[in-house]
Design a protein around this ligand. Structure first.
Ligand code: HEC
Ligand code: HEC
Length: 180
């Protein structure tokens, strides 16, 4: 993704948060502060239609910035046995997806979340985003029984609690945990 496109995508998240701004003075300044945090808390949204189609069918399409390149490569080397599923991808499709995922992996993406994930993982390989220490740390106050709620559908179902996860927005102001 080009630098310009990344900036536009982050701005969209930023603009959506700014749109909440109402009133003036202190409240307005607080909103602006939140808007800046919103941008820092965002990862670039997904721009690749093949990725959305091939990797968003069974679960939330995870933005590439949530894993490092070596983990994406390892995952894409095993598409015949992806957590027990054969993804049935053609070689050329898998190569395109691997290229997209690694080019936009945590270490190649802007923002605080990506930076923290890249720092946590270095070149190590993990199977899951939900294994990353930084991601676990951000959710340390949430009980296992909450993730197990049918309306949540597991820790890996980011969009259940982060309504703008598909835009790369994970800001904790936006979080809403569904009930039973
Ligand atoms: C046929 C269904 C299916 C498709 C298509 C699919 N996945 Fe998955 N994926 C799964 C299952 C099943 C799991 C494991 C879910 C669990 O145990 O919580 C999973 C888990 C994952 C995880 C770990 C999530 C976590 O818990 O942190 C990642 C990352 C992932 N998939 C990426 C991809 C990518 C990239 C693609 C496209 C190349 C893809 N998936 C396509 C079924 C699928
Ligand atoms: C059960 C609901 C739930 C699920 C599922 C969930 N989160 Fe969260 N997440 C939260 C809550 C609540 C917070 C805020 C925690 C706090 O402030 O103590 C949070 C915080 C975060 C933060 C920190 C945001 C900030 O502003 O500092 C990130 C990043 C994040 N989540 C990413 C993810 C990702 C990625 C996934 C999927 C792999 C995910 N979350 C799944 C509820 C959830």
């Amino acid at each position: 993704m080009t630098k310009k496109l990344v900036a536009v995508v982050l701005l969209l998240c930023f603009a959506a948060v700014s749109a909440l701004a109402d009133g003036h003075g202190k409240k307005h300044r607080e909103r602006e502060e939140h808007a800046r945090e919103g941008r820092e808390d965002a990862v670039p949204a997904i721009t690749n239609p093949l990725y959305l189609q091939a990797c968003g069918e069974c679960h939330f399409a995870y933005p590439p910035a949530l894993l490092n390149a070596s983990s994406w490569s390892a995952l894409m080397d095993q598409t015949g046995d992806h957590f027990g599923e054969d993804l049935g991808l053609e070689i050329a499709q898998a190569a395109d997806l691997t290229q997209y995922l690694t080019a936009n992996a945590a270490e190649n993406s802007p923002g605080e979340i990506a930076r923290d994930i890249a720092r946590d993982l270095g070149n190590s390989v993990v199977q899951r985003i939900t294994e990353i220490p930084e991601i676990r740390h951000e959710h340390r106050t949430i009980d296992e029984t909450v993730f197990a709620r049918p309306a949540v559908g597991g820790f890996g179902n980011c969009a259940a609690c982060h309504p703008r996860a598909d835009q790369g927005c994970f800001n904790d102001d936006d979080v809403a945990i569904p009930g039973q």
